[in-house]
Design a protein around this ligand. Sequence first.
Ligand code: GLT
Ligand code: MN
Ligand code: MN
Length: 389
Amino acid sequence: MSTSYEPRPEHKFTFGLWTVGNVGRDPFGEPVRPPISPVEIVHLLAEVGAYGVNLHDNDLVPIDATPAERDRIVRDFKRALEETGLKVPMATTNLFTDPVFKDGAFTSNDPAVRAYALQKTMQAMDLGVELGAETYVFWGGREGTESDATKNPVEAIKRMREALNFLCAYALDQGYALKFALEAKPNEPRGDIYLPTTGAMLGFIETLDHPEMVGVNPEVAHEQMAGLNFLHAVAQAWDAGKLFHIDLNDQNPGRYDQDFRFASHLWKQAFFLVKFLEDVGYEGPRHYDAHAYRTEDLDGVKDFARGCMRSYLILKEKARQFNEDPEIQALLAEINPPVQGIPDPGAPYTRAHAEALKAHAFDRRAIAARGLAYERLDQLVFDLLMGVR
Ligand code: GLT
Ligand code: MN
Ligand code: MN
């Protein structure tokens, strides 16, 4: 096991063009960094050791580009990919920046906006496939409301379903081997966004015409903004076979949408997330949807990108130590006792088993009296993470 914490292609670390390319604009301040061109970003990502780069259609091709301009931009970008060996595993559509999307895209009340959003997404899918993308992300952006006087929420979900059904059929009709990954976010930039959590997305997917093509792209910060446990959302997605992609970053719950460097804030939660992804054998990209602090220059952006990957690899090494730590493993064995002397609570239903369960005499007080040593276990985790173990 190497502990150099150097990123390698097999780690599948990816960044969006919009992440390292973030110029540091916020609602109260102008950009603090000059824009970096997509070709320059590809070279920057290669320099810091990333595996791939993801993009929205308009991160690469401006919304008003002519077909000739589009072809030139795509050609230059492809050349940069060839020169560096970087891949484009994921692509998505910008359905939120242009004023036309001020009331959402697929859920807009205006059918002209909904139709334009479909057109724009089909063109962006063509672009993504041309660049080799295998996963297509849908983050709604403005699919929501400030006032529920303005939209019927059932109608909004129906419109969302119509759009996704149409786009799945488009992908199939074109012979694209694309998987769709739906990304939830509870609020910001709208007051309330529809399908606000990964759990909500998982329920929605089962109502689609092609649920097998559609999974989720959970983002750390988005579940944390909703006050939820990100690991639990990821675990549910994994259990459902729906963890098609993941957006890694960090967030101080209760703050604005921070998109901090991965593991920069809630280290312990980041540790359990990395441990989960490594333990279950998640093979998709580890995508960083984050950006450097507004205080940073170009060197700081590189520090940010390197830090995201380094922290992941450090936590991966900590997860290995956790799994091999005899004291931790002994405690885990102790708190997960085998089924002994009782009817198996995991056995399938039979009438005889139900009768056996009803007849069994449980010593409730003796069971409740057993201490579980979770304090000791959690302290061992703290010691491990702090490097004193
Ligand atoms: C935007 C958003 C992200 C989404 C990106 C993809 S764009 O940065 O905050 O969470 O994943 O559309
Ligand atoms: Mn975000
Ligand atoms: Mn995201």
